[in-house]
Structure formats: C-alpha cells, structure tokens
Write a protein that binds this ligand. Structure first.
Ligand code: AMP
Ligand code: GLY
Length: 426
C-alpha cells in the first residue's frame, strides 16, 4: 500500500518509523515532513498540514491507498471529512469527533452528561460574568481554559484572584488566542501525578497502548515556561494494570460509547490526559491524536502492525486485531534550540548523526530539522527526540542521556531530569 502521512514533527517521524515495519507498507509520502523523515527515503511534499485544499490536491495527484492525519489542527478543521468525501481512506477522527479536543466546552459538557470523572467547572462567554464568578471563589489555584485550540498554551493556572482576573482579561478581552477564547472554562485544580493514555479506537472498541508521561516545562524540576513537551517515558510505573482496568471501565470505554451515542463515533487515536488524584483517576483533557512526544516512546513499545491497526480503526475489527506491549521501557529526551519555547535561531548544523540522521542503538526522531546536501540542520524549536529502549526505565534513560551528550548543535538545551519522577514513583 502507498501511504500519505500528514504532518511534520517528531510524532509523524515516529509514526513513519513504525509504519515502515509493516509488510503491507510499500511506499510512504509525507506532507510536509522534515529532514529526518526525508532521510528515511520518504517522499516529502511541500504542503502544510493545515492547508486542507492543498492536501486534497496532493492526494488527488498521489492517489494514496491510506492517509494518516496526525496533527490536531487539520483534524479539528475537518481534513478527514474532506479526504473521505473525495474517496481517500483516512486514519483519524472526523471534524465532529475531533471536537473532543477542539472544544473544551463540548468535551466537558459530555463528560458531565455521561458521568466521566473530571474537574468541576463552569463555562463563560462573557468576561464580566467570569470576573464576577472569580470574585466569589475562595480556593486557589483555579484553572482557566480557552475553549478552542491554542497551540497547547490556552490553559492558565491562577494562584490568586488577581491572577485569575488577569487571565480572564488576556483570554477574553485581549483575545490572546483569538476566537479560541470567546468562551472559557473555569475549573477546579486537580492534584496528583499526570499520566497519558493513548488509545486506539474503531468507534466501538477502544484499546490502550502503553501509558506514558510527558514533561511540559522547559526547565528541570518542572520550572520555566510550558513547551510542546521536553521528553517522555513509557510505560508510567504509576499506571498499574489495576488502574488501567479501572480507567477502561470508567473512562475509556464510556468515552467511545458516548461519542457513538451522540452520533459522532470516534475513530483514531484518543489521547486521554489523566490526573491520578487521591480520589481516583480524573480526565484532564482529551486530544484527538497521538501525543507529541508521547508517540515517540509509546510506538516503539507497540508489538503489532501499526498499519493494520490503523486500518482496523477505520474499517472496524480492532477488537480482534493483534496488539501487545513489548517488555521493558522507553525514554525520549528532546534536544531543543537555545531560547525555545521563546525566540530561537535555526539553520545550525547538527553533529553526531550518521548519514541517515540516526545513531546506532537509538531511535533518533527528528522534530525540527532539514536535510541539505546530505547534512542535517536545525529548523524548529524542538529539534530531535533521542529515544532509547531498555529492560528498565533507568537503562533506557541512561542510553538516551548518553546520546544527548554526543549529539547536539549550537545553543542546544535539554532537560536533565526526564523520567526522574517516574523512577521515584511520584
Ligand atoms: P490541557 O490543555 O487541558 O491539557 O491542560 C494542559 C495542562 O494543564 C495539563 O497537562 C495539566 O498539567 C494542566 N491542567 C489542566 N487542567 C488542570 C486541572 N484541572 N488541574 C490541574 N492541572 C491542570
Ligand atoms: N504532549 C502533549 C500533546 O501532544 O498534546
């Protein structure tokens, strides 16, 4: 089969590496891709993922047998609907189902309606009413969320009344995230370690992949600004088989059941962000796609044919599909450009990679790189994800960190404490 993968980051590179293992997969195209994806022998086409008409035109030219839409923006904009309407089979939810990620008001409303454990909340579409509500609150922190997509930055945790009022102003009046902030959710703050559960679903059956933990802050000790994710580990030692069974019963299966009941079956990868609170697991957020950089550690631990599984998500039959989790653990350390997540320089040559952009004993996942005359250069904030597997999490971390000392570029920075909390069991 010929496959088209839409997207350009580390997640897409991790998906492509796994798809290449499938005997069904003859050729892969990517739009727009990156340097590491190109070095895999994948044909990269210069069309942006959220250029829906551009991707449709590309599909008409390439006639792929199957298209994997990986990033949130094109899913929420309805790329799967557009391609399917034109006869192109896709992996990924429809626009209606992608609202689970695209609208917090929608997803919180359904969680409340169907009794899925999530933080108590109120919705506001008026800054005055939101401010009045805040003035009546006693307990802090309070969590304020823009309704729509905001590059992962639409969540503000206010430690005091004045911070909460400022957050309302920036979301609703200054419209820091544009129309995403036309409505906001204000919710209670949940305490506990966070775990990500990436699950595959064909609309009826839902099956979790290995659990994982992201590290969103830029600096060690969970300090500094929020980023797209500075590293991940899988599986999370906190997410026991018992917890998985509990989540399956109270959260995962009820979610696909309610989406079907609402007439919007969810097919694709459902990302469930969980907070393991003292009173059990709560949903912090749903995303409608593989996490980035969670995919970088979860997919290498998947024992199974990703292409067959993705086809089953679209066509049904996921219940019978073969899939298991490999033993051991995986760790991914992200090498970022100096200054990221704020302004940074690009075009710096990367040292320590072989001609395929890899390194022996390691999965080097490219996130923001370009390939020019056989050399790799930085081209984004998050540049590489160094992913290692090991019999233990400690072993995987050691291998990833050894590589992080040997691979780099001008201004490169990375967190030194990826996986530390997981190793310490907190
Ligand atoms: P979201 O975009 O909803 O995933 O939120 C981004 C991050 O904000 C989450 O990964 C959490 O770390 C944090 N967060 C969101 N909601 C809450 C909450 N109710 N309590 C505590 N932290 C939260
Ligand atoms: N790693 C967080 C996300 O993909 O949204």
């Amino acid at each position: 089969m010929e496959i088209l993968v839409v997207g350009s980051g580390g997640r897409e590179h991790a998906i492509i590496k796994k798809l290449k293992e499938s005997p069904l997969c003859a050729k892969i195209h990517c739009a727009p891709g990156n340097g590491g994806i190109a070095a895999e022998g994948v044909l990269c086409h210069p069309v942006q993922a959220s250029d829906l008409e551009g991707i449709l035109a590309l599909a008409k030219g390439l006639e792929p047998d199957f298209t994997v839409v990986a990033p949130d923006d094109p899913l929420v904009l309805g790329l799967v609907d557009l391609l399917e309407k034109n006869g192109f089979a896709c992996f990924g939810p429809t626009k209606a189902a992608a609202r689970l990620e695209g609208s917090k008001v929608f997803s919180k409303g359904l969680m409340k309606k169907y009794g899925i454990p999530t933080a108590r909340y109120e919705v506001f579409d008026d800054a005055g009413a939101a401010s009045e509500y805040i003035r009546a609150q006693k307990g802090y922190p309070l969590v304020l969320k823009a309704d729509g997509l905001a590059l992962g930055k639409g969540v503000l945790i206010a430690e005091s009344q004045s911070e909460a009022l400022l957050a309302v102003r920036s979301l609703m009046e200054e419209k820091k995230f544009g129309e995403s902030g036309a409505q906001i959710v204000i919710e209670e703050f949940l305490r506990g370690p966070e775990v990500t559960a990436l699950c595959l679903s064909d609309g009826e059956t839902i099956r979790p992949l290995a659990s994982s933990m992201d590290h969103k802050r830029a600096l060690d000790g969970d300090l500094g600004l929020n980023t797209g994710g500075m590293g991940t580990i899988a599986p999370s030692p906190l997410f026991t088989k018992e917890l998985e069974a509990l989540c399956m019963e109270r959260i995962f299966q009820p979610t696909v059941d309610f989406m079907r009941a609402e007439g919007q079956p969810f097919k694709g990868c459902l990302y469930v962000g969980l907070m393991l609170t003292e009173s059990g697991p709560y949903v912090v957020e749903y995303n409608c796609r593989f996490g980035d950089p969670e995919a970088q550690v979860v997919l290498p631990l998947l024992e199974g044919d990703l292409l067959k599984l993705m086809l089953a998500c679209r066509n049904g039959g996921l219940k019978e599909a073969e899939m298991a989790q490999k033993p051991g653990a995986a760790a991914c350390v992200v090498l970022a450009s100096g200054g990221y997540p704020e302004g940074y320089k690009t075009g710096c040559p990367i040292r320590g990679l072989d001609e395929r952009g890899g390194r022996a004993g390691l999965e080097v996942i490219h996130a923001g790189t370009k390939l020019e005359d056989g050399r790799f250069f930085t081209a984004g904030g998050r540049v590489l994800g160094l992913t290692a597997r090991g019999d233990s999490l400690q072993g995987a971390l050691r291998a990833a960190y050894k590589a992080a000392e040997e691979i780099g570029f001008e201004g490169c920075h990375f967190r030194r404490d990826i996986g530390r909390r997981a190793v310490e069991g907190r």
